[in-house]
Design a binder for this molecule. Structure first.
Ligand code: FE2
Length: 238
């Protein structure tokens, strides 16, 4: 509608109620969008709680990991409106482990090839769960590809380099770091310094070097402070 036409229409006596109704419907749409977002957040929190109850969140608190993922993504130029997808992927990329038998998930020994093949299905299971939630198309892809490697040796698709979605490359680094420093019933977590060394060692082959660099620039100073205060267990202090 041109400015001139708009001016003419707004002079019309019948315009005022139409304008009021239009404004009211816009406010209602905003309210509904907000309500939808709130309900989706509740679902995401519920899924996250489910992972906690199944003891599938490892050691570093999942909200801390999600916060790091968002900060890394922001520093890599992702706009504020898209950060939500990264946050959800960081929280729920392993939700598909719900479909893996406990005997495999908790096995205190190396997995057999058959068990490993089943375990490696969990990114696809995560994708199949997250695709039930509308508006999370990017997060679904991030979860599906979070075990890809930069050199193409990962799974499920064997993507390499920038073929791997950025959100997956971020989750991959943060997830690996969490797994390394976290203690499990059958093994003690690695010291932070060793986990950092291993991240750097696999930078370029397994991990995106830029993501590793940005992640460490954000997390390392904080981890050192936490580690110094907590004594031996970083995970327990987060
Ligand atoms: Fe995973």
């Amino acid at each position: 509608m041109t400015v001139e036409l708009m001016a003419n229409v707004s002079q019309h006596p019948g315009w005022k109620p139409v304008w009021s109704a239009l404004m009211a419907s816009q406010v209602r749409v905003k309210e509904l969008e907000e309500e939808l977002r709130t309900r989706q957040l509740s679902l995401i929190c519920a899924f996250n709680q489910l992972l906690d109850l199944k003891d599938m969140n490892t050691g570093v608190h999942s909200t801390r990991l999600a916060e790091w993922a968002v900060r890394v993504a922001r520093q890599l130029g992702i706009t504020e409106k898209d950060l939500y997808q990264y946050e959800v992927a960081a929280l729920l990329h392993d939700v598909g482990k719900i479909g893996i038998p406990d005997a495999i998930l908790r096995k205190p020994a190396p997995l057999t090839p058959e068990e490993r093949a089943l375990m490696n299905k969990h990114p696809e299971y995560s994708w199949s769960i997250l695709r039930q939630l509308t508006g999370l198309e990017e997060a679904q892809q991030f979860a599906l590809h979070h075990h890809e490697s930069m050199d193409g040796s990962g799974y499920p698709a064997g993507l390499r380099g920038t073929e791997i979605p950025l959100g997956s490359r971020i989750v991959s680094v943060i997830d690996a770091f969490d797994a390394m420093v976290s203690s499990r019933p059958y093994r003690k977590g690695l010291p932070v310094e060793e986990a950092i060394r291993r991240l750097n060692q696999s930078s370029g082959t397994q991990f995106d070097p830029t993501v590793v660099q940005v992640f460490l620039s954000i997390a390392q100073p904080e981890l050192n402070a936490v580690f110094a205060a907590a004594g031996t267990s970083v995970s327990a202090a987060l």
